[in-house]
Design a protein around this ligand. Structure first.
Ligand SMILES: Cc1cc2nc3c(=O)[nH]c(=O)nc-3n(C[C@H](O)[C@H](O)[C@H](O)COP(=O)(O)O)c2cc1C
Length: 363
């Protein structure tokens, strides 16, 4: 059997150079992770909003389905402290009309902590001991990094600029995910303003490959084998795909998100910080358009301001008020079971490389 492999694929035990992106908030369900890992890609949990006990439960579920490696991802940015009443009032008033429209009670003040405790989540990761851990929106203190690595966990982190990739390397990370501006979901930026770290995947992967000695994973706008082959040609050792896996039946994304993704003909994504407090790329909708200049709370507190609205809209199939994260190449999305998609992506990448080889003419 012919397949593509890289040193990173070998250390991760992958039979295709594909990482199913961690997608916090539902899409990277245990079913999706298990299906991707069993198919020879790296299934990854986005556990940013998940409590430690639930992290352990879902990881055990995946282990009962497949003995193949999987990854866990957390947001490693600091949380803001208590937020004053006047600031809260502005953010709550800005969304009150949408709550009313959905027949929901007006949203109340939000209180810290706004997300699960990171130390407790990291302790759960050490206990679960997945093959891979990745950090997003930040790096990691040295003591955490050492403990994870001592547990034979390969540790990666997102970088949206060269400085972030260099920082991960100097701290002792094992690999870097170069997240281009095309990428769906939150920008992983943590050293520069996310709006000033929108270098496209093509440029960023080359810059990062040249800047660090670590293996690089390319992320952002990669939806098919042609994109994966291009990422490998740029020097990446694997491609991390998020949007491509959202329409899979195993993904936990709301049905309306899946349906809209499959009906896109053009790049209709924009960046918004109004759902969570940090810029993230998603299919543009009414909330994003109307909230453009409205006040918001800092990440992740804004998640609590919009949470009940998003849940109710998802349940009712109303796309206007859901965060439908998606990358710029969303129109290439396909509705395939995850295992079929992973196999197809691997085959397409091989075919693309064979086609490129066919372009070589000696004279
Ligand atoms: C719905 C969604 C949720 C995401 N959540 C996370 C996350 O929890 N952690 C993370 O590191 N990246 C997250 N990302 C970003 C992905 O890791 C990756 O950079 C991105 O999906 C690549 O671009 P693409 O969507 O065009 O494939 C998310 C992306 C999407 C689409």
């Amino acid at each position: 059997m012919t397949r593509l492999s890289t040193p990173l694929c070998v250390s991760l035990g992958l039979s295709v150079p594909i990482i199913q992106a961690p997608m916090a908030g539902g899409p990277s369900s245990q079913e999706l992770v298990a299906a991707c890992s069993a198919a020879g890609a790296l299934g990854s949990f986005g556990f940013a909003y998940t409590q430690p006990e639930e992290m352990k439960k879902q990881s055990a579920w995946v282990r009962a389905k497949t003995g193949r490696p999987f990854g866990i991802n957390l947001f490693t940015s600091a949380q803001p402290g208590p937020i004053g009443a006047a600031v809260q009032r502005g953010a709550l008033d800005a969304v009150a009309g949408y709550y009313k429209e959905l027949g929901l009670p007006a949203p109340g003040p939000v209180n810290a902590p706004y997300a699960p405790d990171l130390d407790a989540q990291l302790a759960a990761v050490e206990q679960i001991a997945p093959r891979v851990f990745t950090a997003h929106l930040g790096d990691l203190p040295e003591r955490n990094l050492k403990k994870l690595k001592a547990g034979n966990i390969l540790v990666g982190g997102s970088a949206t600029c060269v400085a972030e990739a260099r920082q991960l390397e100097s701290l002792g990370f094992d690999f870097v995910i170069a997240q281009g501006g095309e990428a769906g979901g939150h920008r992983g930026s943590y050293l520069r303003d996310p709006y000033e770290s929108l270098t496209g995947t093509l440029a960023l992967v080359r810059l990062v490959v040249r800047a660090v000695r670590l293996p690089v994973v390319a992320a952002g706008g990669i939806m098919d084998g042609g994109g994966i082959a291009a990422a490998l040609a740029l020097g990446a050792q694997a491609a991390q795909l998020g949007t491509a896996f959202i329409p899979c039946p195993e993904s936990g994304a709301p049905q309306v998100h899946k349906d809209l993704l499959l009906n896109e003909a053009e790049d209709n994504t924009r960046l918004t910080e109004k759902f969570s407090g940090k810029p993230a790329r998603g299919l543009v909708n009414r909330f994003m358009r109307e909230m453009k200049d409205a006040p918001q709370l800092a990440f992740p507190a804004q998640n609590s301001v919009t949470g009940k609205m998003r849940q109710a809209a998802a349940k009712a199939g109303i796309p206007d008020f859901i965060a439908m994260w998606a990358g710029q190449a969303a129109p290439l999305a396909r509705a395939l079971p995850a295992a079929d998609l992973a196999a197809k992506l691997g085959d397409e990448a091989l075919e693309s490389i064979r086609n490129l080889k066919g372009m070589i003419h000696e004279s």
